[in-house]
Design a protein around this ligand. Structure first.
Ligand SMILES: [Mg+2]
Length: 223
């Protein structure tokens, strides 16, 4: 099978360090600024606005506002990457899946700064564990990225793992199994719109990445 993984909140916890990364970035880039702790809290609130769901929205390619593409945010991403930790021993999981003959793909959205996602995948030590790394949202839309996966790897069952299930709505195809990795930090955005999840066929919910093996077994029996 083809197994496609989102990155933030799915393979790594890059959410807990958001505020601390802002504090450090302010330390590096704005030494003169008083009240860095408060600024870090304020910036965290703004950043989290970008994590909110767009249910059923088909956002195409978008360029983030200029202030998110500054040296300051570059430093913030790097500090965030340094503080990021893998979830559920993700590297070992990716190795196991490949051992079992699956095609393992990184399938996630670009950060505010171009090239940053790949850089962070490398810093997390995950980049080389994938058969392919596909980044959407800037050079190509999510739908184009999905088509690209099909062109390259054919029509076999694709298991799509993401902590933001609203991304699944209206996407994929009949050979796609959707796996919502329940990550508390982003799951809270879903709670208010739970009924929207009914729009996703073949939806599986896991709270531990290793439960993917149960999903694979179940899906394998069905096909
Ligand atoms: Mg995510």
């Amino acid at each position: 099978m083809i197994i496609a993984f989102d990155f933030d909140g799915t393979l790594v916890d890059s959410y807990s360090p958001i505020e601390e990364a802002f504090r450090r970035a302010l330390e590096v880039r704005c030494r003169w600024l008083p009240g860095k702790g408060l600024w870090a809290k304020f910036l965290t609130k703004i950043e989290l606005q970008f994590e909110r769901p767009t249910f059923g929205g088909h956002k195409g390619i978008h360029k983030p506002p200029f202030f998110l593409r500054t040296k300051f945010f570059e430093t913030w991403f790097e500090e965030r990457a340094r503080l990021t930790k893998p979830l559920d021993d993700a590297p070992e999981l990716l190795r196991k899946l490949k051992e079992e003959g699956h095609t393992v793909i990184s399938f996630s959205a670009e950060d505010f700064i171009e090239g940053m996602k790949v850089k962070r995948l490398k810093m997390a030590g995950l980049y080389d564990l994938f058969d392919d790394v596909i980044v959407f949202g800037r050079a190509m839309t999510l739908d184009d990225a999905f088509r690209l996966v099909r062109e390259k790897y054919g029509n076999e069952t694709l298991i799509w793992v993401d902590d933001k299930p609203w991304r699944f709505i209206g996407r994929g195809d009949e050979n796609t199994e959707y796996v919502w990795y329940y990550f508390p930090f982003t799951a809270k955005f879903v709670e208010k719109n739970r009924e929207k999840l009914a729009l996703i066929p073949h939806l599986h919910v896991i709270r531990d990445l290793w439960s993917l093996f149960d999903v694979i077994a179940r899906v394998g029996m069905r096909y």
